[in-house]
Design a protein around this ligand. Structure first.
Ligand SMILES: Cc1cc2nc3c(=O)[nH]c(=O)nc-3n(C[C@H](O)[C@H](O)[C@H](O)COP(=O)(O)OP(=O)(O)OC[C@H]3O[C@@H](n4cnc5c(N)ncnc54)[C@H](O)[C@@H]3O)c2cc1C
Ligand code: FES
Length: 262
């Protein structure tokens, strides 16, 4: 059973650039770190603007219960994440979590492939850590627009990923093309029981289609704009293949790709 969400005070341990437009923040929040499971997210309050009442939903790449820390890699895209990037070590705020549902371990799965596009790499690294801990063999595909915006390749190698295929839109690192091009070849070679993916929605739709064609289970972590973060407002609805809607914040962010109306 996943831990109940609560409000946790945190202190910033470090907050540094790891690639162009990407920062890694480490928060000291022992109770939060102890409760988080890979694939869940936290809702971070960023001080500095009284008009910004909404928290920022962010996945994490590592929750270290022993150290009491939570590591988040995030893209600086707007006002909230710009203010987050300005939080220096020692700065304090609060985060709500654990939010949402974790990546599931698929029963009987012995070999998995994780696929990350852009900043979707954050929960994918956490997923790889979970799989490695469960003794599941893994390969990885990591894609970015360009080499300078790439993060996570070394982390995935260190977690024991056998093959780490890198793709960039402009060919400045790895092969030129999309993550789906590399995944298509890996799936053709066979042997995967499950694929886990997070990235732009168009990428995840492609991953879902390739997995369906290959007869491989697929789990995706969806991103939506969020307001309440606990299933009350409907802002984050995700359309399901059966015509219903589910909330990304409470029913997700992880879904069985087969359930989603792509
Ligand atoms: C469950 C979940 C996990 C996430 N994990 C991460 C993560 O690990 N790292 C990371 O960098 N980002 C993550 N995001 C996205 C992150 O929440 C947004 O980038 C952030 O809220 C933007 O805030 P802002 O005030 O800086 O930008 P805003 O000014 O609010 O928006 C800037 C731009 O980003 C878009 N945007 C804003 N919020 C979202 C959102 N929730 N989803 C998609 N696009 C959005 C806006 O449409 C706009 O184009 C996650 C989102 C969700 C829902
Ligand atoms: S953000 Fe309100 S229901 Fe999900």
């Amino acid at each position: 059973m996943t831990a109940a969400a609560g409000v946790h005070d945190f202190e910033v341990v470090s907050n540094e650039p790891v690639a162009e437009g990407l920062m890694r923040i480490v928060l000291s929040a022992p109770a939060l770190a102890a409760g988080l499971e890979a694939g869940q997210f936290v809702n971070v309050a960023v001080p500095g603007d009284a008009s910004q009442i909404l928290r920022i939903p962010l996945s994490f790449s590592r929750a270290d219960a022993e150290a009491g820390t939570v590591e988040i890699v995030y893209a600086v895209v707007g006002d909230g994440t710009r203010r987050l990037a300005a939080m220096a070590p020692g700065a304090r705020s609060s985060a709500v979590g654990p939010c949402g549902n974790p990546w599931p371990l698929v029963e009987g799965a012995r070999r998995a492939c994780v696929v990350a596009g852009g900043v979707g790499v954050t929960p994918v690294v956490a997923c790889a850590r979970m799989l490695a801990g469960a003794g599941v063999d893994l390969d990885a595909v990591v894609g970015a627009q360009t080499a300078s915006r790439l993060w996570g390749v070394e982390e995935l190698r260190a977690l024991g990923a056998g093959r780490v295929e890198v793709t960039t839109d402009d060919g400045t690192a790895g092969r030129r093309g999309f993550t789906t091009d590399a995944l298509s070849e890996l799936l053709a070679a066979g042997g995967y029981d499950v694929v886990y993916a997070c990235g732009p929605e168009v990428m995840m739709a492609g991953v879902a289609r390739l997995c369906r064609e290959a007869g491989v289970a697929c789990r995706v972590s969806m991103e939506r704009m969020m307001c309440c973060g606990f299933g009350a407002c409907g802002t984050c609805n995700v359309a399901m293949a059966d015509g219903s809607y589910k909330s990304c914040c409470k029913d997700g962010p992880v879904f069985d790709a087969e359930e989603v109306a792509w």
